[in-house]
Design a protein around this ligand. Sequence first.
Ligand code: GTP
Ligand code: MG
Length: 371
Amino acid sequence: MTGRRAVAIATPFAINSMKVGIVGFPGAGKTTIFNALTGLRADTGAGARTRDNVGVIKVPDARVERLAAMHNSRKKVYAEVVFVDVAPSAPGGAARNSSKGGLPAAVLQAMQGCDALVLVLRAFDNPALAEPADPLRELRDFQTELILSDLAPLENRRDRLGKEGGEASELALLQRCIAHLEGGQPLASLTLTPRELSVLAGFGALSNKPVLGLLNEDERDFTGALPAKLAAGTVAQEPPLMTISGKIEMEIAALAPAEQPEFLAAMGLESSARERFVQRAYELLMLITFFTTRSDESRAWPIRRGATALKAAGKVHSDMERGFIRAEVIAYEDLIALGGEKQAREVGKLRLEGRDYGVRDGDVIAFRFNV
Ligand SMILES: Nc1nc2c(ncn2[C@@H]2O[C@H](COP(=O)(O)OP(=O)(O)OP(=O)(O)O)[C@@H](O)[C@H]2O)c(=O)[nH]1
Ligand SMILES: [Mg+2]
């Protein structure tokens, strides 16, 4: 089981999980947010913590419940998100202000293993810290950190290629990336071909990872609206932003599930941060969900938007990809409205699709294959 998990982490989207790193400057509320999202109770507050916290959540999806009920599935399997609360640093190693010290190597390395990053920005006054909240500065500093950390390996490679000679196309790519980074722009804002992206992946680039900024606000100020200063687009490449009050959300997550709706209502919140967060993370990673459903299990599969039926088959089983014949597809809404596969087939709502069919969110798929 541990082997399987390790593979999932090293290869994004290999199975049902994605790995999201919770990062940010010391005291921003990373561990508080981690607890809010996972329902775990890791220690918060200042301390020389040097180990990462890791937690897994199942992505809530009512469609899995409905499909399982319809087919009397014995098992329900949800998509998963693995959260890593990246430890700030070895004691004394981290500079409070990024631009002076840089992020420690261990933090950079942990981020390289993530499919996406959640950047926690402190928007509350932390009594343990002298500086007042300045989330905009933190956002800028963090972006600078990623840009600087990407520059070094690319420059080294360029210099070596320049001396030893090498492929002209790689040199051109490096020069383009370096110029972009030197202009203060993250690689995420550069248009690259899949081939170029795979070359860059070899350098462990960080500034092209999808980032979701979480503004961690004081519960007394919490409105859910973004501060004008951040909303105005004053940063080179502004990530999508979401506001959260880490402290309240941590309390909600610690409650029994049955008690949560009442607490949410009392706070004037419609849904918990976890639900909103998972939706945003899905959008950010350009993921959609397709389903497989039978009597043994009903299962949600996250897949990149635009993926083909063949690719989807490969997620479920490599044999299905190798011996792919066709996909039998029903839209979830149709299946529920009509009450079953048989009825859907009768009214022509079950479609036979080939390997190049572009999977849509909510597709319920049975793969026909032959090996
Ligand atoms: N008022 C308020 N306090 C918060 C909020 N989020 C976190 N805190 C407090 O801020 C302090 C730091 O929170 P942590 O979650 O430990 O921050 P961290 O980023 O994990 O800190 P390090 O791991 O030390 O870098 C704790 O005392 C939290 O209780 C919030 O939304 N509102
Ligand atoms: Mg912490």
